[in-house]
Design a protein around this ligand. Structure first.
Ligand code: TYM
Length: 377
């Protein structure tokens, strides 16, 4: 809990601004990504992804050390994940879009953990729902286009032996009072919850276990997942492996401007199966606007793009910084009206979603090839 803002993997409350995010990163013990580190990243990647350029991925743990090791010839793998509790929204897609970029730039293996067990313990979901969301979410994620032979989907319930035997190594080092302090559990929480963070820690050292030597790992996620990895980083050296590094993002806010885009409010977010009309309607009706009340005032005084949902999403989906700069100026000076800004962003979002939909069948036909298999490493 940081003043009025509470962040755990299961609940985020309070409204977060840029200063809150920096404060949270520092209080959690992560570091903010500064201009020097961005430059360092671009030396390896050639360019900077918009999520780095506009500080969406804004904090890290030991990313500098990982890059040092990489430049000495030591490779790494990527690890990220999804808890299949329902349909995915645009916010959930963000870490996967960024991970895809990292995979392409560094040409490395990627493990994607699907924590259906987590959602069984934390949500009132039965086996059928979990199975359905697991299958749908995996297709959503893979349709982003990862490198097939380097992408490994690890579904917890289907890899329970491997996970359990490694999770107990972690669990032995986590006591109840630590779990209560970090995750806010009480005596009435079920015991599975206390164990779960050990399961989420496993993929961050599983390649070291499989290969029998330390392999570095980089984990992209939004700040809500950080408590898991703060704990994991303390424990993993105790079982003989290196601490994983992480790269941490802010949340895509709710359309309404406050809080994060969340599955608990259908109108707070854009879902991956929303069609063009729905996306446009949601933006027009709900998206928090930095524009003026009337077109006349907007033309005269201009908008505040910095707080505008549509503009902020637009710049994340536009690869060309000079286009972003132009739209920023035109919106700020009243040449672009609020409704136009929303329509432009709605189109960008729908283009992306349609692209994903178009790739789903292809992915479905090859789904087996993506499943985690220790023999592949
Ligand atoms: P889950 O399914 O809640 O979220 C999946 C990923 O999306 C991030 N996220 C967001 N990012 C931006 N804006 C938002 N509004 C937003 N909401 C969620 C989450 O931080 C996460 O990265 N326990 C995890 C699954 C998991 C995992 C991991 C995640 C297992 N291993 C390793 C990251 C890294 C979960 O339930 O995520």
């Amino acid at each position: 809990m940081v003043d009025d803002v509470s962040i755990t993997p299961w609940e985020v409350s309070g409204s977060l601004g840029d200063t809150d995010y920096s404060r949270i990163a520092t209080e959690f013990g992560a570091k903010v990504i500064d201009a020097g580190l961005k430059k360092r990243i671009s030396e390896f990647t050639g360019d900077l992804h918009p999520f780095l350029l506009y500080d969406v991925f804004y904090a890290h743990r030991d990313l500098d050390l990982l890059l040092d090791a990489y430049s000495r010839g030591e490779s790494f793998y990527l690890y990220t994940g999804r808890g299949p509790s329902g349909k995915m929204h645009l916010g959930h897609l963000l870490p996967f879009m960024f991970t895809r970029w990292l995979q392409e730039k560094f040409n490395v293996d990627l493990i994607i953990q699907i924590t259906d067990d987590e959602k069984f313990l934390f949500r009132d979901l039965g086996r059928d729902d979990l199975e359905k969301y697991t299958n749908e979410n995996v297709l959503d994620i893979l349709s982003l286009g990862f490198i097939p032979e380097k992408t490994h989907i690890l579904i917890d319930s289907r890899n329970s032996g491997l996970l359990y035997n490694n999770a107990i190594k972690v669990a032995r080092h986590i006591n109840v009072s630590l779990a209560k302090a970090v995750f806010g559990f009480s005596d009435s929480d079920n015991v599975g919850k206390y164990f779960f963070t050990s399961i989420q820690a496993v993929p961050s050292f599983i390649l070291s276990e499989i290969k029998g030597k330390s392999v570095r790992c980089l984990i992209p996620y939004a700040i809500d997942q950080d408590p898991h990895f703060k704990v994991a980083r303390d424990v993993i050296p105790k079982i003989g492996w290196q601490k994983p590094s992480s790269i941490i993002s802010k949340f895509i806010p709710s359309l309404k401007g406050t809080g994060k885009m969340s599955s608990s409010d259908e109108n707070s977010g854009i879902y991956l199966d929303d069609d063009r009309r729905t996306v446009r309607r949601k933006l027009m009706k709900y998206a928090f606007s930095g524009g003026r009340d009337t077109a006349e005032e907007q033309r005269k005084f201009g908008a505040n793009p910095d707080i505008d949902f549509a503009f902020n999403v637009f710049r994340l989906l536009e690869q060309n910084p000079s286009v972003v700069g132009k739209v920023y100026e035109e919106y700020k000076t009243g040449k672009i009206l609020s409704g136009e800004m929303k329509a432009m962003t709605a189109d960008r979002i729908s283009d992306l979603l349609e692209e994903l939909m178009a790739r789903r069948d292809d992915v479905r036909n090859h789904i087996g090839e993506y499943m985690f298999d220790p023999e592949k490493f």
